[in-house]
Write a protein that binds this ligand. Structure first.
Ligand code: AMP
Ligand code: ZN
Length: 458
């Protein structure tokens, strides 16, 4: 298997450390409903997990849930996102966290995103984070200011290696920093001292306070996966700040590289631009459902574009995904009862092409291409079975009956159809016609068959 590594900027052969692949994924900040862009990030995480499993690996995956410490700006300034939501929605931070975590888990389930083996809440790991910060300070990487403990990036010469940032240029171009106690504008908070009114605060060697945003990922990945693990995923927005800072913390503490493969999912745009509340274009999975797009149609929409490419959401392209997904199910369904024999070497060829795509940096769009081409074979149960095997990677519920064929028939219509069947058995054609019209008035058609009937929507 080959994976694109952001750190080395190339596709590399994937060589896991041990028998079980260890993988950490940056999870949501639970102050809001996740939008479809956020969900693309987790469809990506899920595709990586499914691809690894298909290639024969076992996985231990960890995902954090940020319920403290993520401030409005990634530069450690502004209010805590959770506190802001709590103030605005008149609920406690814990109620906010619970409500949005639950909503997020529901969306994961709707989208067939398998839950990582460990889901870790930041507020459950305050002691782990504090111990981490204390160690970093002991090692000389942290310093105290009037409002917190900061990481001194000048002590970590590799700072910027993930994004290839040139710090000198950055400083020259940086806006005047609001925090003039910091030694370098890119120094970041490991721990913040809490003003009295701050909602979430814990005891620390520096008085009451709360963790910085980045420390949770270093502390929790170490706790659950050890000081060296295989894969770390996140969105491309994490590269320049969050993941640089995580690397600085982890490598400073351990004295060696801690993550072997860094993988980042590209962003989703809406109508060619940024998703934002002010533009009213931050749709959720539920919003899409209300507009007639099922979660599987949205998953199909995501899978059609490689995870390292920007994906532009428009309702026209979502419509196309809806049509394609429905067509896909129809074609698969036709193979279900198919009696044709497909030569084994033909099946093996599809299987090989599929495996090649999946193991080439999780190329799901290419794997979908293989799926579409094999559906052109004469109707065969063998094709149907292979599709179901491939669906372990797609996670598209490809055993579902296409919606256009699934008819919810009201009892009233069934009763009329039964009466009509009886009338036909008695050769009472006049009554049969009357009943047919009644059924039509209710929006259905009966199609007569040898020993019964089918009912379809008109
Ligand atoms: P947050 O809850 O803001 O920490 O974001 C959760 C995840 O969604 C992170 O992995 C982000 O990288 C990702 N994300 C945020 N916006 C987008 C977007 N428009 N497209 C894709 N991923 C996104
Ligand atoms: Zn993280």
């Amino acid at each position: 298997m080959r994976l694109y590594n952001t750190l080395t900027r190339k596709k590399e052969e994937f060589i896991p450390i041990g028998k079980t692949v260890t993988m950490y994924s940056c999870g949501p900040t639970v102050y809001n409903f996740a939008h479809i862009g956020n969900m693309r990030a987790y469809v990506f995480m899920d595709s990586v997990r499914r691809a690894l499993r298909y290639c024969g690996y076992k996985i231990k995956g960890v995902m954090n849930v940020t319920d403290v410490g993520h401030l409005l700006s990634d530069g450690d300034e502004g209010e805590d996102k959770m506190a802001k939501a709590s103030r605005e929605q008149q609920k406690s931070v814990y109620e906010i966290a619970e409500m949005y975590t639950k909503a997020f888990m529901t969306d994961l389930a709707k989208l067939n995103i398998s839950r990582p083996e460990v889901v870790a809440k930041a507020t459950d790991h305050i002691t782990d984070m504090l111990n981490y910060v204390v160690k970093l300070v002991e090692l000389g990487y942290g310093y105290e200011t009037s409002d917190g403990i900061y990481f001194d990036i000048s002590k970590f010469p590799d700072y910027g290696k993930l994004s290839g940032l040139n710090l000198d240029n950055q400083i020259a171009g940086a806006r005047v920093d609001v925090n003039d106690e910091k030694r370098h504008p890119a120094d970041f908070a490991l721990w913040k001292k809490a003003p009295k009114e701050h909602i979430m605060q814990w005891e620390s060697p520096w008085g009451m306070g709360y963790p910085g945003w980045h420390i949770e990922c270093s502390a929790m990945s170490k706790k659950y996966l050890g000081s060296r693990f295989d894969i770390h995923t996140g969105g491309v927005d994490h590269i320049p700040v969050h993941h640089e800072n995580e690397i600085a913390q982890s490598e400073a503490l351990e004295g060696h590289q801690t993550v072997n493969y860094w993988m980042h999912g590209e962003f989703m745009q809406v109508d060619g631009g940024k998703m934002s509340k002010s533009l009213g274009n931050t749709y959720t999975v539920s919003d899409l459902e209300a507009k007639g797009y099922s979660p599987m149609m949205f998953r199909y929409f995501c899978l059609n574009t490689h995870y390292r490419k920007t994906l532009n959401f428009t309702f026209a392209s979502m419509d196309a995904a809806k049509t394609a997904y429905t067509r896909l199910l129809t074609l698969i369904n036709e193979h279900k009862g198919g009696k044709n024999e497909i030569p084994l070497d033909v099946l093996a060829k599809y299987e090989q092409e599929f495996a090649d795509a999946v193991s080439d940096d999780v190329n799901i769009p290419m794997a979908l291409g293989v799926l579409w081409s094999m559906l052109k074979e004469p109707a065969s149960k063998q094709i149907y079975d292979l599709v179901q095997k491939f669906d372990a990677v797609f996670g598209l519920s490809l055993d579902a009956v296409p919606q256009e064929e699934r008819v919810d028939v009201p009892d009233e219509v069934t009763a009329l159809a039964e009466q009509r069947l009886a009338a036909r058995k008695n050769r009472d054609w006049a009554q049969s016609d009357i009943l047919r019209d009644k059924i039509a008035q209710l929006g259905f058609v009966v199609i007569d068959k040898k020993d019964g009937y089918d009912i379809k929507k008109k």
